[in-house]
Structures are given as structure tokens and as C-alpha cells.
Design a protein around this ligand. Sequence first.
Ligand code: FE2
Length: 275
Amino acid sequence: MRLIFLGDVVGRSGRDAVARDLPVLKQRYRPDLVVVNGENAAHGFGITEEIFLSFLAAGADVVTLGNHAFDQREALVFIERYPNLLRPVNWPRGCPGRGAALIETAAGQRVLVMQAMGRVMIEPMLDDPFPAVARELDACPLGRACDAVLIDFHAEASSEKMAFGHFCDGRASLVVGTHTHVPTADHQILPGGTAYLTDAGMCGDYNSVIGMDKAEPLQRFLNKLPVERMRPAEGAATLCGVAVETDDYTGLAVMIAPIRLGGRLSQAPVAAWEA
Ligand code: FE2
């Protein structure tokens, strides 16, 4: 099975890139499932229903969130209507929405998609993600109850992300980190067969400070005073993410490759999937 995951979409620049390039990616690579992290899509903070639906229209099957999940308060309500819109699974009980979903692909394969959030240098402090995710994995074992497992681990610390990747090794097809907005180059298949990448990077303008127009964050570092609201940078976005191929029998990964298209970063098409 072919899985594509795209990192945090930041503001209009990121949304435009998804609307323009995701249909092209799908045409070119024919993925069975596309997951997009959309937690920074609404002017950098959260997601609206209209934006969520625009991601589906562009070809996303599932949208994940993160620490900014409910920055747009309407998300507290509309998340209940969409089983393919996921907030962290380790949000304390009572939180609207869900953190895991079993999605059926067009070919009839079942993919468990899940998001969890780390607890190192990130707010809010949610429940422990390790047992929360273990419970979900135990309830839907890879290769038996589902054909693939994709986990978006939304966290700041690379140490926590790597530990989490090893924790899931052999039980997930892909563990991909989000939240830092900077793509890492450590994509690999772990010894147990789980594809892993510390951070997918963002779909946003890299002439910025993690997607935000650089003037305000820079002056905050210099003067220690907020002057203006942060706003997303508006230059051309690089679409960043990861491509994974799984074994149809075991659900484990047989290939992982980064995706970087457009904008300022070096380009990375998926060579293994080029016809
Ligand atoms: Fe985040």
C-alpha cells in the first residue's frame, strides 16, 4: 500500500500549495491514503471547517491536528461530525472529537490512523501518550485487524519522538513527527519494520521563522516584547512530507522517502514511485 503524509500546513501559502500540488501528487504516485496535518492552516492557528473540507477536496483522506487543534473554537463543534479529522488521542477524557480512526481505502484496505501528542516542551500537557497509543494498537493489531497503521506524533523534542518511534516499532507502518515545521533527514525503516521520520516539516514558506513572517519573531527575540500578532509568511510554500510503501501482508514498511516540492527547499520527488 502507498501512504503519503504531508506536514503541518501553515496559512494561506501552505493551503494554496496543498490545493495546487496534492492533486498532482496523487495523479503521479497513486497513493492509497493521504494524511495531512492541518493544525496551523487557519492563519497559523487551528483549522476551520471550510479549510478542512478544502483539504478533502484536494485529495486528503484524513486531517490531523495537534496543540493548536481548537484555536479556532468552531473546531470544538465540527470535529464531532468528521471521523477523519483527528486531534491527539491522549487529550484527557471529555475532549470533543477523536484521536484514532479506522479508514477504508478505495481498494478496501483498512488503515488505522492516529495522532498523539508529546509532553516535552509543549503545551498543553496531555495524558501520557505511550500507554494511550499502546491501548489503540492493542485494540487494532497491524496485519490482523488492519492493513496499515499511520501515527502522527506531534511533539517538540526529537528525543521524545525517537523514543516513541522505537516504542511503536513493529506495530505501526509509519510513525511521523510533526510540530517543529523543519524537515529532518533521518527517514528510515526501524529494525522491527516501522517507517520513521522525526519531523515531516511544514507545508509553508521557508523564508520565515517556522512559517511565520520573520519580522515579529525576530524582534521578539531581540526586544523580548510582543509588538504585533504573528502572521504566516506569504511566499511560495514547499510541500513537505513523506512517502511510505507497505507490505500488503504484514503491513510493515518496505520503503520510506521524503517529499519536498516547490518553494525554497531542495526538491525531493519520490524516485521509487516514478514510473
Ligand atoms: Fe503544533
